[in-house]
Design a protein around this ligand. Structure first.
Ligand code: BES
Ligand code: MN
Ligand code: ZN
Length: 510
């Protein structure tokens, strides 16, 4: 059954291209330049020199007079009065100039994002930010494209269109490929954002599975979908148990990408609760509205597999999307019900709101059958993650310290904040159940981000390398936009998973 329209891609797609010409000569509706802070006031960054000269060296003085210091996040727009072809300049703060001249990619991404957001309604903008290397150009392109993202599908009034076209001004060798790569990553992240932002009435498990089939098929992935009948037959008790209270039945999607030169297989498993009401252990009303983001993990897995395929990475990758809607009803599971997971282990469901771990363990057991070199699960799993690390930093747990470090490093390098967390053995005891093999939570609730990790670990077969990313907070931005992050769905961890897959290409030391 299909609810709502099959409106899949963003209504607006910002395009990107590379241009090696100078900021003084490029025909565009707006020109973006970077400005550094310095003890003597704002200072034009590399890329801004042409404009500075055209304005007869007056850029820094003008900005200073306007109270603009060049701090990261600052933005001011100026008319150019014919000094360059672009009628408007957007000056964006980059903070202090790096001493070694090498820019942090995240600083470039954020600055480009801030500028792109300020240019909504503009047809084309040229970004003359510092891009000495192809990686710098990728960062600028990616930040600009992600910053330009908007979700207007459900608006009917007049709406500003987002920035239409991003032109990255760079003469760096290899920048062409980098800019294309940025476009691929931005497309994947934008899809994930769209999915998170879509109202749950238009994104049932079946509909999300259908979107995975459509987009995955186009990208050359092999996509298999198990429906509720098959899930029951094959014993996916976790996914079935969580999904049984909803009129929208559950699904398990398997996405597969292979490359002939691959030497490793990575497996990603995503929590895909299309709406988490808590089930019979109903959530308070105030915490429900953003529970449409509870499929963010599955979204990230889909986005990552699409990007891995489009980038043609020399790795094998499988993705599992564990999809269910957690609703209360006469057919819903009850607190104290016992379910038998796909692994054969039984779980006493003490709280139906601790549902993510129930669907994930079925996905993890299934993923282990593919004999991967590692399994990474991604989930908006616990409120405790937000208590411990705040809204923007993911918690990372793993079967070994090396892998946990790899995941944290991959995330941080993408500008996706993450921090390693322990899996203390003493927390296992709290999950003892008087009737089943394990309970789905410790009623005492202490350390519950870690307890959730411990629960998952019980289902990871001996010898399998596994990492778990809890992104309950980071998946959804309830506050104002910042950098290249909009309000609402963030698409976070999609790029981290791609970066991880890349580490497992032959010749890289994963
Ligand atoms: N989906 C929630 C976790 C969540 C909380 C995501 C806030 C995003 C923002 C999860 O299913 C949940 O309800 N977790 C419970 C677990 C508890 C019952 C052990 C929680 O964290 O309170
Ligand atoms: Mn829940
Ligand atoms: Zn949930």
């Amino acid at each position: 059954m299909r609810t709502g329209q099959a409106r899949l891609a963003s209504a607006y797609v910002t395009t990107v291209r590379l241009n090696a010409s100078d900021s003084r000569s490029v025909e565009t509706d707006a020109l973006v330049v970077g400005i550094h802070t310095s003890p003597d006031g704002p200072r034009p960054a590399p890329g801004a020199e042409g404009l500075d000269t055209a304005l007869t060296g007056g850029l820094a003085a003008t900005l200073g007079a306007l109270g603009f210091s060049g701090k990261a996040g600052e933005l001011v727009k100026l008319p150019t009065f014919g000094a360059v072809p672009a009628p408007v300049v957007a000056a964006v703060g980059l903070g202090p100039a790096p001493e070694d001249g090498r820019y942090e990619h995240e600083a470039l991404r954020r600055a480009a994002g801030v500028a792109a957001r300020s240019l909504a309604g503009t047809a084309r903008a040229a970004f003359a930010l510092p891009t000495a290397t192809a990686e710098d150009a990728e960062a600028v392109a990616l930040g600009a494209l992600l910053g330009a993202y908007t979700f207007t599908r459900y608006r009917t009034g007049e709406e500003k269109t987002p920035l239409g076209e991003v032109v990255v001004l760079s003469a760096a060798t290899g920048a062409e490929e980098s800019v294309n790569r940025a476009a691929t990553l931005a497309e994947a992240v934008s899809l994930v954002r769209d999915l998170v932002n879509t109202p749950p009435s238009d994104l049932s498990p079946a509909r999300l599975a259908e979107i995975a089939e459509e987009t995955g098929g186009k990208a050359g992935l092999t996509v298999d979908v198990l429906d509720e009948t098959v899930l029951k037959e094959r014993g996916f008790g976790g996914i079935v148990g969580v999904g049984q209270g909803s009129v929208n039945p559950p699904r398990l999607v398997r996405l597969e990408y292979t490359h002939p030169e691959a030497r490793s297989t990575v497996a990603f498993v995503g929590k895909g609760i299309t709406f988490d009401s808590g089930g019979l252990s109903l959530k308070p009303a105030a915490s429900m509205p953003w529970m449409k983001s509870d499929m963010g993990g599955a979204g990230a897995v889909l986005g990552a597999l699409l990007a891995v395929a489009k980038l043609g990475l020399r790795v094998n990758a499988v993705g599992y999307m564990c999809l269910a809607e957690n609703m209360p009803s006469g057919s819903a599971q009850r607190p104290s019900d016992v379910l038998t997971t796909y692994s054969g282990k039984t779980v006493e469901v003490l709280d139906t709101d601790a549902e993510g771990r129930l669907v994930l363990v079925d996905g993890i057991t299934r993923a282990a059958e593919d004999d991967p070199d590692l399994i990474v699960d991604v989930a908006t799993l616990t409120g405790a993650q937000i208590v411990a690390l705040g809204w923007r930093t993911c918690g990372v747990m793993a079967s070994d310290d090396d892998l946990r470090g790899q995941v944290v490093d991959a995330a941080v390098a993408q500008g996706e904040a993450a921090w390693g967390m322990p899996l203390p053995d003493d927390l296992r005891k709290g999950l003892d159940s008087p009737v089943a093999d394990i309970a789905n939570l410790n009623p005492e609730r202490s350390g519950s981000m870690l307890a959730a990790g411990i629960f998952l670990r019980e289902f990871v077969p001996e010898g399998v390398r596994w990492a778990h990313i809890d992104m309950a907070g980071p998946a959804f931005n309830k506050e104002e936009p910042h950098g290249y992050t909009p309000k609402g769905g963030t698409g976070v961890i999609t790029r981290t998973l791609v970066a991880l897959a890349e580490r497992y290409e032959p010749g890289r030391d994963a």
